[in-house]
Design a protein around this ligand. Structure first.
Ligand SMILES: C[S@@+](CC[C@H](N)C(=O)[O-])C[C@H]1O[C@@H](n2cnc3c(N)ncnc32)[C@H](O)[C@@H]1O
Length: 323
């Protein structure tokens, strides 16, 4: 493993992620492993080397500087992103939409699900992400019951947060840019929310699922949550997204993002040199100070903050309120 676990030990939020079950699926089987951040910047040596094909290794083995430069230029994340954007005729958002309706959907459905068909990196992401969901639920329920509280889950993915929110009695509006993700979330919600906690309790109210990018969301919600979505956008776009999400929230905005620190940035750059076949979109880290500034500009302040890390997954989780 390339990452020293000591580098990930400054945890202010998490307990032991390896043994934590996924909150909305209590009987989920968890296997011990290692992981990566939301849109992976793999630093696991075996993962990285496995992605080099024989030809590449032969070129480097011949120590030709020109050939090495060529290899690195093909792996250049900025070039790769431009190529992807050209392929789908747009910018970051179109690349993201295309990805989460195709390969990305298959990849993340597995990671967020409970299939055993995940590699050790994916399993670790599953564990880290489950901690993010669990800590978000804790942040929300610490302030009182969620019964009847309106919550917007922006970029809901396969419903990992929307489903436990509904179980707690919240009225959930869940949206995602990907139609495939929304269909999967709806399917899982129907399976998990069809009955109440016991024979006497009524079944929870189903979330309202909609295919929509978060920029087109409107209305007002007590709470807006947006987990592991900002990673797909540079800070210039994230500023506008944060401002828009804050404008939809009356009382609380909860965000998670991959924090930009010297170490994580380095890790990400190394990972980007070795893009795996399904790690098709660019991942952006965000400095906590930049996110805080974006919130302050629209009159919000951070009230709670936490960091969730496993060996490869890392997410900063913040709760903001109007100043
Ligand atoms: C890494 S997944 C996280 C899913 C979910 N929030 C969770 O934590 O389980 C990122 C999700 O964000 C969605 N997404 C990305 N950009 C978006 C946008 N501009 N508007 C809405 N959803 C978006 C993707 O389709 C994907 O489902």
């Amino acid at each position: 493993m390339a990452c020293s676990s000591a580098l990930f030990s400054h945890i202010s939020f998490h307990t032991n992620p390896i043994n934590s079950p996924k909150p909305n699926k209590p009987n989920r089987k968890i296997v011990t492993v290692a992981a990566i951040p939301p849109l992976s910047t793999a630093a696991d040596v075996s993962t990285i080397t496995a992605q080099f094909d024989g030809a590449t290794i032969a070129v480097i083995g011949g120590s030709s500087l020109a050939a090495l430069a060529a290899v690195l230029s093909v792996a250049d994340p900025e070039k790769r992103r431009k190529l992807q954007a050209e392929e789908v005729g747009g910018g970051d958002k179109e690349v993201v939409r295309e990805y989460f309706n195709g390969n990305g959907f298959q990849r993340w459905k597995k990671i967020y699900g409970d299939t055993d068909e995940v590699n050790k990196v994916q399993l670790d992401i599953r564990i880290g992400h489950a901690k993010t969901v669990e800590n978000t639920m804790k942040m929300l329920t610490d302030e009182g019951s969620l019964q009847g509280v309106t919550v917007c889950d922006a970029g809901c993915g396969t419903g990992s947060l929307s489903i436990p929110l509904s179980k707690e009695g919240a009225f959930v509006f869940a949206s995602d840019i990907s139609a495939a993700m929304v269909a999967e979330a709806e399917k899982q919600a129907r399976e998990e929310l069809s009955t109440g906690k016991d024979e006497l309790s009524p079944a929870p109210v189903m979330p309202k699922f909609v295919v929509k990018d978060l920029e087109s969301l409107d209305g007002k919600y007590d709470t807006v949550v947006c987990l592991d979505v900002l990673i797909h956008y540079p800070q210039s776009k994230a500023d506008a997204m944060i401002a828009h999400l804050a404008s939809l929230a009356e009382n609380r905005l909860i965000l998670s993002f991959a924090p930009k620190t010297f170490y994580y940035d380095l890790l990400k750059r190394v990972g980007e040199l070795f893009p795996g076949p399904s790690k098709a979109t660019r991942a952006y880290l965000h400095a906590e100070a930049d996110v805080e500034r974006a919130l302050q500009k629209v009159g919000w302040r951070i009230r709670k903050r936490g960091l969730i890390t496993t060996q490869f997954y890392f997410a900063k989780l913040i709760e903001a309120v109007p100043s």
